[in-house]
Design a protein around this ligand. Structure first.
Ligand SMILES: C[S@@+](CC[C@H](N)C(=O)[O-])C[C@H]1O[C@@H](n2cnc3c(N)ncnc32)[C@H](O)[C@@H]1O
Length: 285
């Protein structure tokens, strides 16, 4: 694997210098997650952190995969079954397989998607991927400043707030620590959404007494994440539920990711992981 993050410019991956804002000496959440998903857009420092987490939680790659599958199921539900035609994806991550716009635009090629991430590498890759897609855009912005996201020129250009919106908060709120007020962030982003809109959440979970072994493992991985990435909170189901606010949580509720409307025979290969990653979808009545 190249030390230059092979994928960053598909035309000339080995000769172009990296944009200066991409710091390869510090791990980045987006690039660590990319490694878990089998991507190439990561550096040695990202792989070190990912491998440390993998030692404690051997199913971490599978967990990332389950999160992506959950993303695809919720987006497909919103687009195909509920007719949503515009999506805001906060903390969208580096482009990978089955991105939000690919799922939504399979249903309707005109569906609009705005990707939002604060990692400069996401912007570089996103722009390359989306150069020819007029219905999708990517902006660099910080989830901790949610009103600035809503007021962003490109968000205003792409999203018609008089129509339903699918707001995606997938594996992002657990990267905000408690002092950064993830509940307030979710509330601000939900506020302008009209009836028929949705919010989808996936989040690391500490199941506590529901599953003491998984709870212990969650606490250990949380420590590794915080020591190396400065982020990562495994919250309780009750805390995660608050991110839906007064939206109605749809069946089957906030559940372990493989339980959310998956194929009935989906194998759950790693029992310890099961209660440490939850997801759900809620609708504004
Ligand atoms: C684990 S990835 C999740 C990607 C995608 N949402 C998914 O569920 O597959 C988390 C992403 O959130 C981004 N992120 C972390 N903190 C952020 C912040 N304060 N504002 C915007 N993006 C952030 C990271 O750069 C990373 O790309």
């Amino acid at each position: 694997m190249s030390e230059h993050g092979e994928g960053w410019d598909w035309a000339k991956p080995k000769t172009d210098p990296l944009p200066p804002e991409i710091d390869t000496t510090k791990p980045s959440i987006a690039r660590v997650y990319d490694w878990f998903l089998g991507g190439k857009d990561n550096f040695a420092i990202d792989r070190q952190v990912a491998e440390m987490a993998l030692k404690i939680s051997p199913g971490a790659k599978e967990a990332g995969q389950q999160n992506r599958e959950f993303l695809q199921r919720v987006v497909y539900h919103m687009a195909a079954e509920a007719g949503v035609r515009q999506f805001i994806d906060i903390g969208s991550g580096l482009p990978t397989q089955g991105n939000v716009h690919q799922v939504a635009q399979q249903v309707d090629p005109a569906a609009k998607v705005v990707y939002v991430d604060n990692d400069p590498m996401v912007l570089v890759h996103g722009r390359a991927l989306l150069a020819t897609n007029g219905s999708t855009t990517v902006i660099q912005a910080d989830a901790r400043e949610p009103q600035a996201i809503l007021d962003h020129e490109q968000v205003r250009d792409f999203i018609d707030f008089s129509q339903p919106v699918g707001l995606l908060l997938l594996s992002i709120l657990h990267h905000l620590n408690d002092a950064e007020d993830p509940k307030g962030v979710a509330a601000t982003l939900r506020a302008p959404l009209v009836s028929g809109s949705f919010v989808a959440v996936s989040h690391f979970c500490n199941p506590g007494d529901v599953d003491p072994a998984a709870s212990q493992q969650a606490a250990t991985v949380e420590k590794v994440f915080n020591e190396n990435l400065g982020t990562g909170r495994w919250r309780t189901r009750e805390e995660i539920t608050e991110y839906f606010g007064d939206f109605e949580v749809l069946e089957p509720g906030l559940v372990p990711l493989p339980e959310w409307r998956a194929e009935p025979d989906l194998a759950v290969r790693n029992a310890l992981l099961y209660h440490t990653y939850y997801g759900g979808l809620a609708r504004k009545a």
